[in-house]
Write a protein that binds this ligand. Structure first.
Ligand SMILES: Cc1ncc(COP(=O)(O)O)c(C=O)c1O
Length: 449
């Protein structure tokens, strides 16, 4: 068993801010990088800090500031930064063999067998990739090959990656260009901002019924799959009503359409279970996993149900780096750490603790319109007015920057604050993170209201 408290600092001295961040070294490095590096996320643009190291639930920047990590990279390092067992497994494999195309290695066999154990239902046809979007594309190709149909239906404000098929599953903007043909979008349930202006549960889950209308009105009737994030991450940690995904499953079964769940963000313990679909008692036909799978090492996968698994042969699913031995070593060690350190349970418990704190905080702050969470995945929605629910983007930016300056490394952009701490963060550290958040909200309210 490895030491859980993997930071060189004592819990009560966290965070440790020695120079107001982003400090001079961060700024200088970021200036040098940004002459060439283009396409930063809005988070980096809002707070251009340069990190030097990560340990457990902390990140340290080049100026020597140590932050409490409320982002896990970007929903990636659920087991904590540089977990010793995962680091050791990667180091050992790097010194053994790094790439041998998609030939079999023992480490890959072990990972495949382990994954089949933790995947829901009979999802047992697997292929590996190095980023999420490539696994999503493989899922789409597999969906087409398995059904002989070519169209897809996905949902408003889902995010699935940045390659053409993945982008075509999401809302368009001028800079992204045209959606590929055969892709249709349906309104997505969001009970805080229902697109149909209805209220749960009186709505009777109308959004699920409307999905059927989208299929009938938009497609040619040759829909291969409905593709969705079980819980929307990028859109702001938006949870569907409990009946929604089972209803979509039933619709898909009735119409001979596959259900593809993109669990890149929600999988691997993020919501307190291996996969978020377990909360809804639904097994998809195809699942996509990534992010937490290698605890930061790039490894992603597509998995398809037993009866259809040969379809991955049909689409020649392999790639240059997918399933390389180092990636497999990282993923196998990650799953073992999750099991050995009871991290599913810890994710669920820490999640309950933080959610309660957020709910209490909401009572004290008029700009908080909604708080929600499951496991270690949270959203806090900032509004100008609780009745109008008008999004408060300026507040979102200010809270983000203020909290970061005080020592909270985290994710938001826009009016929804998103948080995803590593699962083994002690409650007292999480409570400090929440206190920092509240101080930042307090100051922002005094400035903007
Ligand atoms: C749900 C979901 N799908 C797909 C992706 C794309 O993954 P990647 O950035 O590894 O290509 C992401 C990334 O944030 C995601 O959250």
């Amino acid at each position: 068993m490895h030491n859980q408290n993997r930071t060189h600092l004592k819990v009560d001295s966290l965070p440790h801010i020695v120079v107001t961040p982003p400090g001079p070294k961060s700024q200088q490095l970021h200036h040098r990088a940004s002459q060439y590096m283009k396409g930063y996320s809005s988070q980096v643009r809002l707070f251009p800090v340069a990190f030097a190291s990560g340990k457990g639930y902390t990140l340290t920047d080049v100026d020597g500031n140590t932050y409490i990590d409320f982002s896990s990279g970007i929903y990636v390092t659920g087991c904590g930064h540089c977990h010793p067992k995962i680091t050791e497994a990667i180091q050992k494999q790097v010194a053994t063999v790094v790439n041998c195309h998609d030939f079999t290695t023992e480490i890959k066999v072990k990972l495949l067998e382990k994954l089949v154990e933790i995947l829901p239902g009979d999802l047992s046809g697997i292929q590996f990739y190095s980023d999420g979007t490539a696994a999503v594309e493989a899922g789409l190709r597999a969906g087409r090959a398995a059904t002989g149909n070519s169209e897809f239906v996905s949902f408003w404000r889902d995010f699935h990656g940045k390659t053409l098929g993945a982008v075509s599953l999401a809302v368009m903007s001028e800079d992204k260009g045209m959606r590929a043909s055969g892709f249709f979008l349906a309104p997505r349930p969001d009970c805080y901002r229902c697109p149909f202006k209805m209220s749960y549960p009186d709505c009777g889950i109308y959004c699920a019924d409307f999905l059927e209308q989208v299929i009938e009105q938009e497609s040619t009737g040759r829909v291969a799959a409905v593709v969705m994030e079980p819980i929307q991450g990028w859109a702001g940690s938006i949870f569907p009503p409990p009946e929604f995904i089972p209803k979509v499953r039933e619709l898909c079964d009735r119409r001979g359409i596959l259900l593809i769940l993109d669990e890149i963000l929600t999988g691997m313990g993020r919501t307190g279970t291996w996969f978020a679909c377990e909360h809804y008692d639904v097994v998809p036909d195809i699942i996509i996993i990534g992010k937490g799978l290698g605890n930061g090492y790039p490894v992603t996968a597509v998995a398809i149900r037993e009866e259809r698994k040969d379809v991955l042969e049909k689409i020649s699913a392999s790639s240059s780096y997918g399933g390389n031995p180092v990636a497999c070593a990282a993923a196998l060690a990650t799953i073992e750490v999750m099991e050995e350190e009871n991290l599913l349970e810890k994710s669920a418990h820490l999640g309950e603790f933080i959610l309660l704190k957020l709910e209490e905080m909401m009572e004290r702050h008029p700009i908080i319109g909604d708080v929600r969470g499951k496991g270690c995945l949270f959203g806090v929605e900032l509004v100008k007015n609780r009745d109008s629910k008008e999004p408060f983007d300026e507040a979102g930016k200010l809270v983000y920057q203020k909290a970061f300056r005080k020592g909270l490394a985290w994710i938001p952009a826009g009016h929804i604050l998103r948080m995803s701490p590593p699962f083994m963060m002690p409650e007292e550290v999480a409570a400090k993170g929440i206190d920092i958040l509240e101080e930042a909200i307090d100051e922002t309210e005094r400035e903007l209201l």
